[in-house]
Ligand binder design. Structure first.
Ligand code: NAD
Length: 314
C-alpha cells in the first residue's frame, strides 16, 4: 500500500513513517520543515519519497498525492500558544491546508484519510472523562481549527464519499518530540531540563492534569484506522484513559532521572485547559484499538531516549 504522511518530518509524523517503512509499505512524506526535522527521517531517508512543500499549496499537494491509498494527515502548526500569538498563520495551515489535503485526496481516489485531531476540541468542560458525544468547546484558535479540520473530514465523507476518520490525540509524548522550540510540549521540556540539572517551569499551580499518551499507542491507532469497514468521518479519542497532574509528572521524572530539583512556578497560560482525560471505549469499538503502553513505561522509554541522545551529543 502507498501512504502519504503529511508532516512526516515532525514528531508524530516521523514515528508513523518509521513504522510504515518497517512494515514494508511505500511512503511519501509531504513536509515544509517548519517545525519538522530532516534528522527525524535520516534512518529511513533512502526508503521514503520526500516532497518538500506546503499543504497550503494545492498543486503541490495534488502532485504528491498521485497513486496514494491512505493519507495520514499530521501536518499542522501544532501549538495552542502559537495560535494565540498568530491565529492567521495557524488558520492558513491548519484549516486551508487540511482542506487542500481533502480536496486532493478526493480527486486522487484515496481510500481513506486519517486526520490528526486534538483533545483540545473539548475545552474546559468539567465532565470527565471526555467522550466523543460531548459538544466541542474550543478555547483557542488552534482548538477551533482542529475542530474545523475534523468537521471538514466528516463533510467530505458524507458529501463526496471520501472515507475519513479523525483521531483526537491526547497529549502525545515520546522519542523525537522537540524540546527546543519556544512552543515545545511539557514532557520533552521537563525531561531535557532535568537531565541537564536545571529546574523546569510549571505554568499555574501544577495541579492541572493531562491524559499523557505514549507515541507508540498513537502509531498503532493510525495503522488500525486504515483497516476494516469505512469509518464515515467518525471522531475517536486516542489516549490512555488516565490522568496525571504536572506535579505528579515532575515528581515521576525527577525520580527516573535521579534528581531532587523542584520546579519553578509561573503564571498560568491563556487558553490552557485545567483537566483532561479521555474515554477510550469508542476507539476500541470503531478501530479495535486499545492503548498498549502505559504512562510509566512510556516515560521510562522517553527518558532513556533523551539520555542516549544527550550522551551521543557530548
Ligand atoms: N503532539 C501532541 O500531543 C498532539 C496532540 C493533539 C493533536 N496533535 C496533532 O498531531 C499532528 C502532529 O503533531 P506533532 O506533535 O508531531 O507536531 P510537529 O510540529 O512535530 O509536526 C508537525 C509537522 O508538520 C509540518 N508542517 C507544518 N506546517 C506545514 C505545512 N504548511 N506544510 C507541510 N508540512 C507542514 C512540520 O514541519 C512538522 O514536520 C498535528 O496535526 C497536531 O495538531 C498533536
Amino acid at each position: 500500500m502507498r501512504f502519504m504522511v503529511t508532516g512526516g518530518a515532525g514528531f508524530i509524523g516521523s514515528s508513523l513513517v518509521h513504522a510504515l517503512v518497517r512494515r514494508g509499505d511505500s511512503v511519501v512524506v509531504l513536509d515544509n520543515f517548519s517545525t519538522g526535522k530532516r534528522e527525524n527521517l535520516e534512518p529511513v531517508a533512502e526508503r521514503v519519497n520526500l516532497v518538500e512543500g506546503s499543504i497550503t499549496d494545492l498543486p503541490t499537494v495534488r502532485n504528491a498525492m498521485q497513486g496514494v491509498d491512505f493519507v495520514l494527515h499530521q501536518a499542522a502548526l501544532a501549538s495552542v500558544q502559537r495560535s494565540v500569538d498568530d491565529p492567521l498563520t495557524s488558520n492558513e495551515i491548519n484549516v486551508k491546508g487540511t482542506l487542500n489535503v481533502l480536496v486532493a485526496a478526493r480527486d486522487a481516489g484515496v481510500k481513506r484519510v486519517v486526520y490528526a485531531a486534538s483533545s483540545s476540541v473539548y475545552g474546559d468542560t468539567e465532565e470527565l472523562p471526555k467522550h466523543e458525544a460531548m459538544p466541542p468547546r474550543p478555547l483557542s484558535p488552534y482548538a477551533l481549527q482542529k475542530w474545523v479540520g475534523e468537521s471538514y473530514c466528516k463533510v467530505f465523507s458524507d458529501l463526496y464519499s471520501l472515507d475519513t476518520v479523525a483521531l483526537r490525540y491526547f497529549n502525545v509524548f515520546g522519542p523525537r518530540q522537540d524540546p527546543n522550540s519556544e512552543y515545545a510540549a511539557v514532557i520533552p521540556i521537563f525531561v531535557t531540563r532535568l537531565l541537564a540539572q536545571s529546574a523546569p517551569t510549571v505554568y499555574g499551580d501544577g495541579e492541572q492534569s493531562r491524559d499523557f499518551t505514549f507515541i507508540d499507542n498513537v502509531v498503532a491507532a493510525n495503522l488500525k484506522a486504515c483497516e476494516g469497514a469505512p469509518k464515515n468521518g467518525v471522531a475517536v479519542n486516542i489516549a490512555c484513559g488516565h490522568r496525571y497532574t504536572l506535579n505528579e509528572l515532575h515528581a515521576r521524572l525527577a525520580g527516573l532521572i535521579g534528581t531532587d530539583l523542584q520546579p519553578h512556578y509561573a503564571e498560568a497560560r491563556q487558553g490552557d485547559v485545567r483537566h483532561s482525560m479521555a474515554a477510550v471505549k469508542r476507539a476500541e469499538t470503531v478501530l479495535g484499538w486499545r492503548p498498549e503502553i502505559d504512562f510509566h513505561d512510556g516515560l521510562e522509554r522517553t527518558v532513556e531516549w533523551y539520555r542516549t541522545l544527550l550522551s551521543a551529543s557530548r
